[in-house]
Design a protein. Structure first.
Length: 435
């Protein structure tokens, strides 16, 4: 299936789900970083999923009903601007390239939308996502209301279009899975590269630079999120990203880093000893977290519910915390009281896709955890973070470990698409020794 056919199918599927009405899906605005410098542009994930179009100042409009229609509004071709900023498709070429039924200049949006919105029964729009777009759409509706005496009716029902697309985005097609595997491969190679590169005395940002080097040289467009490169005690700060501390022999280094390739995120965490050899205490905790991760991955399979991997990881971790003497009482009691949260305070994963924390509900309409099925993509990322505390002996203090892989649900079970990033104690020590 060509990408264009897949994009057309997605739009068609959404219009079928809408049944009647009109959807308005703008892309993300450009953002100023400071003065006249911009952040690198990133399109809106919903817009991109349905359009495949990467340029800013674009809007997708879908009209459901007996003759469904897809319409793109985008920037005009503009030789002067293209000399400065680069290529722009313009409406005609964008329509051809991505298979829209119609395409117009973004400068015609207000005028065309007033015609398209008139007499539509339902509006599908992400109200509340952007104050500017809320105001623009409200302006169109008010304008139409003022024409009521001419017999024009205004959509009297508004639906959040994201809810409908979330359900579609949850199931990755073979085309998406192929991109996710490539994104995972690049990130896995970067983690292996970092293990080979790291030496005590280096700064965390030197290791971060290895990631960026590997991401860009393999064709990824960006890191998928700000990389966490956390040596020693920094690993116990879950969202640490200052990445400016010197690395000490004897400490662990936790790295949570993934790239974005053609829109799709990878999200991998590895934790390894800076001097290439785990201490006894580090190894004990590492093996516990790894056992929790294997137990969780074993629960990623069709018919299991979303929370089963988390429950499996917790079961292993809590038993470990009791065996270490850090938590007292039975497993059930520790689970019930939440005492384990001293060491494990986050969940074991999230959906993964165009967004690193991807779209999609975790519960069904009845409020039950949703059932996993083929095509879903998620992370599995248990951890253990030990801040200095009276109930833990000193040799464990400041150990922070997380092991995170990206997993696709398959017919039989699952595929760990980040498996190339080494993660057993033996493999890590062997890779680091080979330097
Ligand atoms: N890197 C973000 C996360 O692991 O959820
Ligand atoms: Mn994650
Ligand atoms: Mn992560």
């Amino acid at each position: 299936m060509s990408d264009m056919q897949e994009l057309k199918n997605r739009r068609q599927q959404l219009m079928q789900t809408m049944d009647v009405g009109i959807a308005v899906i703008p892309t993300a605005p450009e953002a100023i970083r400071n003065r006249d410098s911009h952040y690198p542009y990133r399109f809106d994930s919903y817009f991109y999923y349905l359009s495949g179009f990467k340029e800013p100042e674009s809007v997708l409009v879908l009209i459901a009903g007996t003759t469904p229609k897809s319409i793109l509004f985008c920037r005009d071709k503009d030789m002067e601007r293209e000399i400065w900023d680069g290529f722009r498709y313009g409406a005609d070429a964008a329509r051809e390239a991505l298979g829209f039924d119609e395409a117009y200049s973004i400068s015609e949006l207000d005028a065309v939308m007033l015609k398209l919105l008139a007499n539509q029964p339902k509006l599908f729009f992400s109200l509340g996502d952007s104050a500017a777009w809320d105001a623009r759409v409200t302006g169109w509706l008010n304008s139409l209301r003022s024409q009521a005496r001419n017999g024009v009716s205004v959509p009297d029902d508004m639906v959040d279009v994201r809810k409908l697309v979330d359900e579609m985005r949850l199931y990755k097609s073979p085309v998406e899975q192929a991109i996710m595997r490539r994104s995972a491969d690049i990130a896995a190679a970067a983690h292996n590269r970092a293990m080979q590169f790291t030496k005590s005395g280096m700064m965390e940002y030197e290791v971060e630079a290895e990631f960026l080097h590997e991401f860009y040289r393999k064709g990824a467009q960006s890191p998928a999120y700000t990389s966490i490169v956390a040596g020693g005690a920094n690993a116990c700060t879950l969202h640490y990203n200052a990445n400016n501390t010197q690395l000490n022999a004897g400490d662990l280094l936790l790295i949570d880093a993934g790239c974005e390739l053609d829109g799709y995120a990878s999200d991998i965490t590895r934790t390894f000893p800076i001097n290439g050899k785990f201490s006894a205490a580090q190894k004990d905790v590492y093996e516990l977290v790894l056992a929790a991760q294997y137990a969780a991955i074993a629960k990623v399979s069709p018919q299991q519910h979303w929370n089963a991997p988390h429950e499996a990881a917790l079961d292993v971790l809590i038993q470990g915390f009791i065996d270490f003497g850090w938590c007292k009482g039975s497993k059930d009691a520790v689970l019930e009281s939440g005492a384990y949260r001293q060491f494990y305070m986050h969940r074991t994963g999230h959906w993964l896709g165009l967004d690193v924390h991807d779209a999609g509900e975790y519960k069904d309409k009845q409020g039950d955890w949703r059932i996993l099925s083929p095509g879903m993509a998620l992370t599995v990322e248990p951890g253990c973070y030990i801040r200095p505390a009276d109930n833990v002996t000193k040799d464990f203090w400041n150990i922070g470990i997380r092991i995170e892989d990206d997993v696709l649900v398959t017919q039989q079970g699952c595929e760990v698409i980040t498996a190339k990033a080494v993660k057993t104690v033996t493999d890590i020590e062997a890779l680091m020794k080979a330097n």
